[in-house]
Design a protein around this ligand. Sequence first.
Ligand SMILES: O=C(O)C(=O)Cc1ccccc1
Length: 309
Amino acid sequence: MQGGLPGGMGYLGPAGTFTEEALRRLDPEAAATAWAAPTVQATLEALRAGTLSAALVPFESSVEGSVSATLDELIRGEPLVITGEVHVEVQFALMVRPGTSLADVRRIATHPMAQAQTRDWVARELPAAEVIPESSTARAAVLVAAEVYDAAIAAPLAAERHELEILVDGIADRPGAVTRFIRLARPGPVPAPTGTDLTTVVAYLRHNHAGALLDLLNQFAMRGVDLVRLESRPTGEALGQYCFAIEALGHLSEPRMADALTGLRRVCADVRFLGSYPRAHGSPTRVPEVASARAYQDAQGWVEGLSWS
Ligand SMILES: O=C(O)C(=O)Cc1ccccc1
């Protein structure tokens, strides 16, 4: 496989993507030999096939929301689990082949997430330009170097890697946007709890009835588990059929989380566990006293001490 070691790490490439930048922060050693995959799908296919042991892909942005290519792969494909995350404050630059001026820029290539976050700048500064989506920002840079497009919107790192010149830097409509990247693996041992963990699942409701979503949410609320993200996605089976990606503060090893997931499994037609892993940021999760491991242990001891016939 191009570059990269079989059995190693893969990421959304080519060289110079924001994902590469994220991998350098998460695991600099793995980044040095990692495989730069052409698309998110190709990365996850290689992981599922066993060619890679782990993969890093973009998951969501503070401005654009979910990366549906990644979420849908996790919902619909062979099961994979999240084992870690990293947040990167991204910075977009407009880059060209040396010698191209702003007035020459007609066709700009970039990744849809970067397109969404620079839309106002492009409309204001290059109103006649066409923006073409590519599988990554660095792929767009490669295609500029190959003279397919006039310019790319990508990370400054991509200009360095592909010998382009930065015409304008810092072109994001909202500075300070953060992108979240996730490390994926095939299902296996869950990373040990750290006290600052996140658990991700996908839930499929049993049937649509009044309060079905409330039943689902209640499983977490009544066990003192804080939800930080809820996202509906089409199941792909029929119009109007959705599943829910849920992210909650806490780890599978905590009784309140295990209890919430047990309840969730009871009220849902299916639940896919997508992992418990350390959060990139945030303070240790505060657990209400009534939902603490100690409270669970005491209550369980009490029930076990009751006799019945
Ligand atoms: O295309 C890339 O460079 C990626 O890593 C995906 C992406 C695109 C835009 C913002 C953050 C991540």
